[in-house]
Design a protein around this ligand. Structure first.
Ligand code: PEP
Length: 238
């Protein structure tokens, strides 16, 4: 597991000049950071690892507008987010489609970064662990014990709100995720589990110091070099 992995999620933002700038600034950190960018920014090699934000659940066919795991792999993408809460909320992503997409990624060795997380009302009802466990078990249905994947815990109430989970709350959920992974098979117990949800330079160090937090998925703060660099520096201090 070793060094934390810091992944920026650019969502519907960014352009090639900005990506080139990031790639120059972070060129020496290819192993420890990555950016999940709009599909249109893939296909050119940069000195930074790039990934997709979603993949089709299908290999090919009459699915206008979709991009398959194979196609992403061909662009040089190394990974894809799967099941981001914005996909679940606005695009009808379900546990079943998340599972299909995870299996598609694994079939071509595109690393799936599986996003899970409870809504605010589920959090308020004390159901975080239960919701996250159910999402994870569904996402990993049929996944082989030697599969490579990463899990990202992103409480929906913390995404883009400026209201991060405390390190204590995040660690408790991450420990639960690790226990769920271990209950599936021994090999899964050592998977990287990223935390996402209003990670900033100011809270990154404490979050990343937690034993079961192995990196961060960063939205808003990944859009500016200074804030992203602050998070990367905080990760390196631990
Ligand atoms: C995200 O969208 O994955 C995310 C974590 O966003 P933010 O950091 O802006 O909360």
């Amino acid at each position: 597991m070793n060094a934390p992995w810091i992944v920026g999620n650019w969502k519907l933002h960014g352009d090639r000049p900005k990506l080139l700038q990031f790639s120059q600034v972070f060129a020496d950190r290819k192993q420890s950071i990555a950016l999940s960018v709009p599909a249109t920014l893939l296909g050119t090699e940069y000195a930074i690892a790039l990934g997709a934000q979603d993949v089709s659940a299908h290999k090919h066919g009459a699915y206008t507008g979709e991009i398959s795991a194979e196609m992403y792999l061909e662009t040089g993408a190394k990974f894809s987010l799967i099941g981001h809460s914005e996909r679940r909320q606005y695009h009808g992503e379900t546990d079943a489609s998340v599972n299909a997409k995870v299996l598609r990624c694994l079939s071509v060795n595109l690393l799936p970064v599986i996003c899970v997380g409870e809504t605010e009302s589920e959090f308020d009802a004390g159901r975080s662990a239960e919701v996250v466990r159910a999402q994870l078990l569904a996402a990993l249905d049929g996944v082989a014990s030697d599969a490579e994947f990463v899990v990202a815990y992103e409480p929906v109430w913390a995404i883009g709100t400026g209201k991060s989970a405390t390190a204590e709350i995040a660690q408790a959920v991450h420990a639960g995720i690790r226990a769920t992974l271990a209950s599936i098979c021994d090999e899964f117990a050592s998977k990287k589990i990223l935390y996402g949800g209003s990670v900033k330079p100011e809270n990154a160090k404490e979050l990343l110091a937690q034993p079961d937090i192995n990196g961060a998925l960063v939205g808003g703060a990944s859009l500016e070099i200074d804030s992203f660099a602050g998070i990367v520096a905080a990760a390196e201090e631990n």
